[in-house]
Write a protein that binds this ligand. Structure first.
Ligand SMILES: [Zn+2]
Length: 534
């Protein structure tokens, strides 16, 4: 029998972390048929991989692409990095479940930064079916967002969940798991997820215990509250009896940078005493989220409409400024820590002339204070602005990347395709996360071996999610494969010029079909919705 594809002459790095070696990889249909030196057999197509690394396709352990698949199913900005599977529904955000009448609330909450949400569904299962119908190019492992559960069960309200609310959330979470969700995610700096207490999250986690669901946590604070917040996430995993993932591990705000060692030690210690805790990280010292995340959680009570009312109210504005302005120069929130206004940049905005400018520059141009410029902009743009903010230490980024309990997750938000002019100054992680780990951190800085880098983006996340037969190059496993030149692979996207695809990645195979073919984007869409078997 002829193979459909034979990748010949490369160095196979199988994703386990073990050393690479010369081998050929044969694909039949959507599976790997054989791996070995100098395979002899007929193949419909032969790819010469001499001088190239042949690895499992990369698994992005933390992505927000689910808000963009419907508009950009080719996911080119992601696939060209070598990514074949994405973990989405992160940081409390997902487009389902959806209670009738809540569409506008959900649009203001999860949309707003360029995502146009169709919301033609109610249950998580209906949503996954709609997503499958648009055929994303990548495989999708979906979590359900705690914020979505809360809005559907009890509205966008700043109050603890009562008994009926808990029952409703538990039922919706159970339905999502039935449909194939891998667990639930929190975003404890984002309303309404932020309105929950620890008990609510433990109780929800417990409902997943027997089914092997996972809890992925954007923790309650990554700045001054970092250590307490990691302790809370670990406790939820421990007492809930589920695996817990600390998302995008970081210490935000200069005064908190020294806490990163203690944070990593807490994860090690918890693991040593039997808690199934791991984490993910992106290789940059800037983060990116919605600009309105710079407003305190209480100001979001009731959703975007209510937030805008407060931003228009003189007394409320004064209260926000009193709470957040530090020394008249920096803006401080639980989420970000204290950041100078010159370190907060507009990533996406309908007023495109503002994209790439800092809040300090915008304030100078408009002749108002930075704090007022920030709130005026949110008001004027109805909270549809995205930002990039520099709040982390590059030394910490390397330390976290190198830690053996940490895997790679981009935390990227939008997707882009094609070669034309594109809007905004999105965070370069959108285009560069995986090649940056391989090129900048593994090859150029020697932070870890290429095998370790590949493991952190393949076998490790696959094991975390218990993905059957993915994440390793093995006979019988899914033919999700990346082929790249380890000597030249490189991210090209920068903060100033972000819309640039990486170089050095020549083939990306998803379920046996080439999406990047000889360095060119082939625009096939062979991805699948991976449904967790609970
Ligand atoms: Zn997050």
């Amino acid at each position: 029998m002829a193979w459909s594809l034979l990748i010949r002459g490369g160095t196979v790095i199988d994703g386990s972390g073990g050393p690479g070696g010369a081998a050929d990889v044969a694909v039949e249909g959507d599976r790997i048929a054989a791996i070995g030196p100098r395979l002899t057999g007929e193949a419909a197509r032969v790819v010469d991989a001499a001088g190239q690394a042949v690895t499992p396709g990369f698994i992005d352990a933390h992505s927000h692409s689910d808000l963009f698949y419907f508009a950009c199913p080719s996911a080119e900005s992601k696939v060209r990095q070598g990514v074949t599977t994405e973990v989405v529904g992160m940081c409390s955000f997902s487009q389902a479940p959806l209670a009738p009448g809540q569409e506008d609330v959900v649009r203001g909450w999860a949309g707003g930064i360029g995502a146009s949400l169709d919301l033609r569904w109610q249950t998580f299962g209906q949503y996954l079916d709609a997503l499958a119908a648009v055929r994303p190019a990548v495989n999708v492992a979906h979590f359900v967002g705690h914020g979505a559960l809360r809005i559907a069960a009890m509205g966008f309200e700043a109050r603890p969940a009562g008994g009926d609310d808990m029952k409703a959330m538990g039922r919706l979470l159970g339905e999502a798991l039935d449909a194939g969700a891998f667990g639930f995610s929190s975003g404890l700096v984002y309303a309404p997820s932020a309105y929950s207490d620890t008990g609510e999250l433990i109780e929800l986690a417990r409902t997943m215990k027997a089914r092997g669901g996972l809890y992925f946590s954007h923790i309650r604070g990554e700045s001054s509250m970092l250590l307490d917040s990691i302790a809370e996430a670990i406790r939820i995993g421990d007492e809930g009896g589920v695996g817990v993932q600390v998302s995008h591990v970081k210490a935000s705000g200069r005064e908190n940078w020294p806490k990163i060692d203690a944070a990593l030690r807490m994860i090690e210690d918890a693991r040593a005493r039997g808690v199934d805790v791991l984490g993910d990280v992106y290789p940059y010292n800037a983060g990116s989220t919605k600009l309105d995340n710079l407003m305190p959680a209480w100001a979001h009570d009731g959703g975007v409409t209510k937030l805008l009312e407060r931003l228009a109210d003189r007394g409320m504005r004064r209260r926000i400024i009193e709470e957040c302005l530090i020394d008249g120069e920096r803006w401080g929130t639980v989420s970000q820590g204290g950041i100078g206004f010159d370190q907060i940049f507009i990533a996406s905005c309908r007023r495109r002339e503002l994209e790439g400018l800092s809040l300090a520059e915008i304030a100078r141009q408009s002749g108002t204070s930075p704090a007022d410029s920030l709130m005026n902009l949110l008001l004027e743009q109805t909270c549809t602005v995205g930002m990039v903010s520099f709040s982390q230490s590059l030394d910490n980024v390397a330390k976290v990347l190198a830690h053996p309990l940490l895997m790679i997750g981009s935390d990227s938000i939008p997707l882009f395709a094609g070669d034309g002019d594109k809007p905004g100054k999105p965070h370069p992680r959108t285009y560069g996360t995986f090649p940056r780990v391989l090129g900048e951190y593994a090859r150029d800085r020697g932070l870890f071996s290429l095998e370790t880098a590949v493991h952190k983006m393949t076998g490790m996340p696959a094991a975390r999610l218990r993905l059957p037969k993915r994440g390793l190059l093995r006979e019988g496993f899914a033919a999700d494969i990346a082929v790249f030149n380890p000597a030249t692979v490189r991210d090209e996207s920068t903060y100033a010029d972000p819309h640039r695809y990486p170089t050095g990645i020549s083939y990306v195979i998803v379920n046996g079909a080439a999406v990047v073919d000889g360095g060119r984007f082939a625009s096939s869409r062979p991805g699948r919705i991976l449904r967790a078997a609970h």
